[in-house]
Design a protein around this ligand. Structure first.
Ligand SMILES: C[S@@+](CC[C@H](N)C(=O)[O-])C[C@H]1O[C@@H](n2cnc3c(N)ncnc32)[C@H](O)[C@@H]1O
Length: 268
């Protein structure tokens, strides 16, 4: 496949990855239609996060209108058998954010899988993972976010077993997997904890990155080799790092030069 073009912008390369300092709408508009196999991304949630450049508190209508334009841009560059993994979370006072954003994307793509990203879970008396506690009489601590898997047809074949798990009960291996492969689909609840960090630097000086395992899982689930991966909201480059480690090519857009620099350092 030929490389999509984005030459008009300041671009840095690291391995197979292209990091582009540009607004994602203009950046995506420069790419060839259908040239991207997998998008793994997390847009700003419009909840007042203090980013370096982006103002994260737009009127809801303007925010959703922007998300609609982003969805149209992604739908145009996505290959017919491509996948978009869209991570969005809500807050106690505004739990509708992920659903509203998914509603904007629904106008352009088909929701194929609705994945819950579990950041922390209590099983009996034992708690695993991390979350930011909320001090409230009304709201529970928020321990999950959404990862919406969109595609063009809603019927893109996935490599469920590559992203799968071994059977707990081994007698099920022969019962469910005729050939006896000890692997089953892991389902649509993904426990992916944040690593324990003690400084902003360990979070790559970015206020809202996701853990590396999240894009890694998405790429495995989509399956295939030498994919063209895109993250229109690159941040500190987690998606492109996952792409590089898996041997895929990638392109990311980011408006903030400091975050782009952090992404570059992680990839170097
Ligand atoms: C939720 S963060 C993404 C974090 C990323 N997934 C990571 O793991 O580091 C959203 C990012 O989008 C960037 N951003 C905001 N508006 C943008 C735009 N119009 N084009 C490109 N990037 C933008 C912000 O600067 C921020 O870094």
């Amino acid at each position: 496949m030929t490389e999509p073009a984005a030459e008009a912008f300041t671009e840095t390369r690291a391995g197979r990855q292209r990091l582009v300092l540009a607004d994602c709408l203009t950046g995506m508009a420069s790419l060839e239609a259908g040239s991207i196999d997998v998008v793994v991304t997390s847009p700003p949630y419009n909840i007042g996060i203090r980013y370096g450049q982006h103002h994260d508190r737009l009127p809801r209508e303007a925010y959703l209108d922007w998300m609609d334009q982003v969805a149209a841009g992604i739908a145009r560059v996505l290959a017919p058998e491509g996948s978009l993994f869209l991570n969005v979370g809500g807050t106690g006072v505004d739990p509708w954010i992920p659903m509203d954003v998914a509603g904007a994307f629904r106008r352009h793509l088909v929701l194929q899988n609705d994945i819950a990203w579990i950041k922390s879970i209590s099983l009996g008396d034992e708690t695993r993972g991390h979350f930011k506690p909320v001090n409230s009489h009304r709201f529970l601590n928020n321990t999950h976010e959404k990862v919406f898997h969109f595609s063009k047809s809603g019927a893109v074949p996935l490599d469920r077993l590559a992203a799968g798990v071994p059977y707990m009960e081994k007698s099920n291996v022969t019962r469910w997997e005729g050939a006896g492969r000890d692997r089953r689909c892991a389902g649509n609840s993904w426990f992916v904890p944040y690593m324990t960090v003690r400084s902003k630097r360990q979070k790559f000086d970015h206020p809202a990155g996701f853990p590396l395992e999240l894009p890694e899982r998405c790429l495995k689930l989509h399956g295939g080799q030498d994919l063209m991966v895109m993250d229109p909201f690159l941040g500190a480059g987690t998606t492109l790092l996952a792409a590089e480690r898996a041997g895929h090519r990638g392109i990311g857009f980011e408006i903030d030069p400091a975050y782009l620099q952090a992404a570059l350092q992680r990839l170097d």
